[in-house]
Design a protein around this ligand. Structure first.
Ligand code: ADP
Ligand code: MG
Length: 265
């Protein structure tokens, strides 16, 4: 799709494209109207996220984290304000244009994995490639599953995988189209601490080795400390934005210790 012109950048950025934020939002508000009642889910939020950053978003329930993630991921649009994703002004796009931008730039990971119940892992990972019309889908899906340590689970269905393994399938699915941005809304919310560490190790590896920008919502300080920057929200506003002094580096375990009951012997 056509790129829309990027408006003049502030003093902080050089004119070349590599010095452009991946995410640039300015005075974004989101109001949900329910009958007579207006819910101000986001109020005048401005935020830059640069290529290759690893950002955690924290805040109490109802503070607007998911609303922000939905806008960042082009699943929803702001009521007012500007959002540029990789230089494209997306706040004014049609639904089809929005979907095209989303498919090109964004991979999602959710708390509840969002896998299709009956489909083997490899077919789950192929799905975004089918939508994108990409050839050699099986090969790419198998490679991504190997990347997340599931080369020996490619024909397993979700019920035959542990929670941690299901989330790894979801990460392979999010990465298979080579997005520049991974958005993860409470990706470890349904996982035990060991599986959570494995998932954080994967995000850190893809961030470090491939330069994928990662934005992750969590309510756990321990998880947020794997990021290099923490943005805090309250009542629809950003109330804090700080670097993490000494991020935790999660370690990927050598053995596959979280096989599920009833899975492979
Ligand atoms: P968080 O993810 O931080 O818990 P949300 O972004 O889900 O917060 O919600 C922010 C506010 O917007 C809450 O008051 C919530 O009730 C409201 N809200 C979220 N989604 C909708 C919606 N689709 N319709 C109406 N209100 C919504
Ligand atoms: Mg939420």
């Amino acid at each position: 799709m056509e790129r829309l012109p990027v408006e003049a950048q502030g003093a902080r950025s050089a004119p070349d494209a590599s010095a452009r934020p991946s995410i640039r939002i300015r005075q974004v508000s989101k109001v949900y109207t329910m009958g007579e009642i207006a819910v101000h889910a986001l109020r005048d939020v401005s935020l830059d996220i640069w290529p290759g950053e690893f950002v955690a978003i924290m805040g109490p329930s109802g503070s607007g984290k998911s609303t922000l993630m939905n806008i960042l991921g082009c699943l929803d649009q702001p009521t007012s304000g500007s959002y540029q994703l990789e230089g494209v002004e997306v706040s004014t796009l049609s639904d089809d244009e929005l979907a095209a931008v989303r498919n090109r730039y964004v991979g999602f990971v959710f708390q509840s994995f969002n896998l299709l119940p009956r489909l083997p892992a490899v077919e789950q990972v192929e799905l975004p490639l089918i939508y994108a019309g990409v050839p050699k889908r099986r090969e790419l899906a198998l490679a991504r599953l190997a990347d997340v340590g599931l080369a020996d689970r490619v024909h397993h269905r979700p019920t035959e995988l542990s929670g941690g393994q299901q989330q790894r399938v979801a990460i392979a699915r999010a990465l298979v189209t080579n997005p520049s941005l991974i958005l993860a809304d409470e990706p470890t919310g349904n996982l035990d601490s060991r599986s959570s560490a494995e998932i954080m190790a994967l995000f850190q590896r893809f961030n470090r080795e491939r330069g994928v920008t990662v934005v992750l919502v969590t309510h756990e300080e321990d998880i947020a400390r794997h990021a290099r920057r923490v943005v805090r929200m309250r009542d629809g506003s950003i109330v804090g934005d700080e670097p993490v002094a000494d991020p935790i580096r999660a370690v990927e375990s050598a053995s596959d210790g979280d096989a599920v009951d009833g899975g492979e012997p």
